[in-house]
Design a binder for this molecule. Structure first.
Ligand SMILES: Cc1cc2nc3c(=O)[nH]c(=O)nc-3n(C[C@H](O)[C@H](O)[C@H](O)COP(=O)(O)OP(=O)(O)OC[C@H]3O[C@@H](n4cnc5c(N)ncnc54)[C@H](O)[C@@H]3O)c2cc1C
Length: 488
């Protein structure tokens, strides 16, 4: 047991064991730094984790990862940390996603050339716009659209509303409104999908986070679970970080322990971490002020399924299906739809059984429905009201899924609902945000968000430009490298 009365000293303390904390921790431990990761939850990984129920392994916040092409920034990280020798990546089917509404049903391939061909077949009059769209997203960093919204960009190139809707099909991974989402964020992420296709980690995201945690421990690093950082210590004169204070997450009366450190890396959500900074530091106060003015992104409602069959037996062939409600006619309807009744909401359905993900017993499969949601839809409910609402929504979405895959209702062996409240409770991400701060053109310009306090570093979905596995893995490795450049 760790002696609570002693102040321990480390080269680096990392607050949070989300993907960002673990990647940075693994690199630093590999290079011989004395690393301590403090995680408030009883398990590692943040959103990058799985749970097991009825022999089904369910991924909480991971549907697929883009890239793995030659100059994909993840490659150097995976090679450096021996990830490839220890984890198996499954390449997903050639379809990036299937887009369905009551007017069209299109399977969009995961290559630029394939997507242009299929979309042009469906929308021959839009051929030039389609080509321009793909050219722009590939070159977005030098494009005139980089400071505009995705909606503005699409309106300038494409006329057909259904085509625009199909092109922003997977918008919920980046934002909840095409006229608010930065064209830069949207395009950079989408272009990566078309460049390298999509992949899944066999066994789920937990395989990656477990691997990184073991790697850290094997390199003499330490990970404390169920311990919440309550204060980030700063020398206010020198504006330099000195360490952290933490205590048991479940026992607020427990004495605080101090861990001193030459560097502190914040993987916990930035709005949470900013509040842990001492108000004696002028820079900390400025950062706290800034956080108050940044807009927090949307959350998600997730319905996790275990099926007693694989869904190809029900003639379902897509890994990722985007289903838009018939009332969504144009891009401007998307934000409205996100605020509609659940029975009318757009959603994504991921059928993990379409490939060998290793998540379910033989002959069975897992899946998830995910839709944009907001914490305010779930706040201020009594326990009974909350459970009843979850039950009601479970039924609504089973009905919606049964329309997509007739007969699926009879094959559900396990089902559970995770609300924005669930996401916030487990990971402390404010409002259960799945993307950190919103990625509107104004906010995107501030990325990567760096710390104004010496030797304090940020790495999480809240501080990196892109969000999602690719951006976080790349940014966290870079943060570790910049910490290593300091003299020991
Ligand atoms: C439903 C869903 C689906 C997604 N699908 C995909 C996908 O298909 N592909 C993709 O690339 N990305 C996807 N994402 C996004 C991806 O999962 C996240 O961007 C990524 O996992 C976030 O990692 P992070 O390092 O920012 O930390 P987080 O996962 O937010 O972890 C932060 C950690 O900090 C800890 N913490 C907080 N406060 C404290 C404290 N005071 N003291 C100690 N610890 C603290 C938390 O407990 C948590 O473990 C999805 C997300 C969700 C929610």
């Amino acid at each position: 047991m760790y002696d609570k009365t002693i102040t321990m000293s480390y080269d680096v303390v990392i607050i949070g064991s989300g993907l960002g904390g673990l990647v940075a921790g693994a690199k630093l431990a590999k290079e011989g730094r004395k690393v301590l990761i403090i995680e408030q939850h009883t398990s590692i990984g943040g959103y990058a984790t799985c749970f097991t129920q009825n022999n089904f392994t369910i991924d909480v916040g991971f549907h697929s990862v883009d890239g793995l092409y030659l100059d994909d920034p993840k490659i150097k990280v995976f090679e450096d940390l021996d990830v490839y020798f220890n984890l198996e990546f499954v390449t997903l089917p050639l379809e990036l996603y299937r887009y369905v509404n009551n007017r069209i049903d299109i399977s969009i391939p995961n290559t630029k050339e394939g997507a242009i061909e299929v979309l042009t077949e469906h929308f021959p009059k839009e051929k030039h716009g389609i080509i321009e769209f793909f050219r722009t997203i590939e070159n977005i960093f030098s494009s005139e659209w980089k400071n505009k919204t995705a909606g503005e960009m699409l309106d300038s190139m494409i006329k057909d509303n259904d085509l625009k809707l199909a092109l922003v099909g997977i918008i919920q991974y980046y934002g909840d409104d095409p006229y608010y989402l930065s064209a830069l964020s949207f395009s950079a992420a989408l272009a990566r999908n078309f460049k390298g296709g999509n992949h899944y980690i066999k066994g789920g995201s937990v395989k990656l986070t477990d691997y990184l945690a073991n790697y850290i421990r094997e390199h003499e690093g330490k990970i404390l679970l169920g311990q919440e950082v309550t204060k980030i210590l700063i020398d206010p004169e020198k504006e330099i970080v000195e360490g952290v204070e933490y205590r048991s997450t479940n026992d607020i009366n427990e004495e605080q322990t101090t861990a001193s450190a030459k560097s502190v890396i914040v993987n916990a959500p930035l709005p949470v971490a900013a509040k842990l900074l001492s108000s004696e530091s002028k820079n900390a106060v400025q950062l706290q002020e800034m956080m108050k003015h940044l807009k927090i992104g949307h959350s998600a409602l997730n319905i996790y399924f275990g099926f007693e069959t694989t869904l190809d037996n029900l003639n379902h062939k897509s890994y990722l299906t985007v289903v838009n409600h018939k009332s969504v006619y144009s891009l401007k309807d998307i934000f409205e739809n996100n605020n509609m009744r659940y029975s009318q909401k757009n959603f994504i359905f991921v059928d993990y059984g379409q490939t060998d993900t290793g998540m379910a017993p033989f002959g069975k499969s897992t899946g998830v429905i995910s839709t944009v949601d907001y914490l305010h839809n779930w706040d201020n409910l009594s326990d009974e009201e909350y459970s009843a609402k979850k039950k009601e929504i479970e039924k609504i979405f089973i009905e919606k899924l049964d329309l997509l895959i007739p007969g699926v209702w009879d094959h559900i062996e396990y089902i559970s609902v995770a609300t924005p409240k669930t996401l916030e409770r487990y990971t402390k991400n404010p409002k259960g945000s799945v993307i950190g701060f919103t990625r509107n053109p104004l906010q995107v310009r501030m990325y990567p968000l760096t710390s104004p306090i010496k030797n304090l570093h940020f790495t999480s979905a809240w501080s990196v430009p892109g969000g999602g596995f690719t951006s976080i893995i790349d940014a966290s490795w870079r943060v570790a490298v910049s910490v290593l450049k300091r003299r020991r």
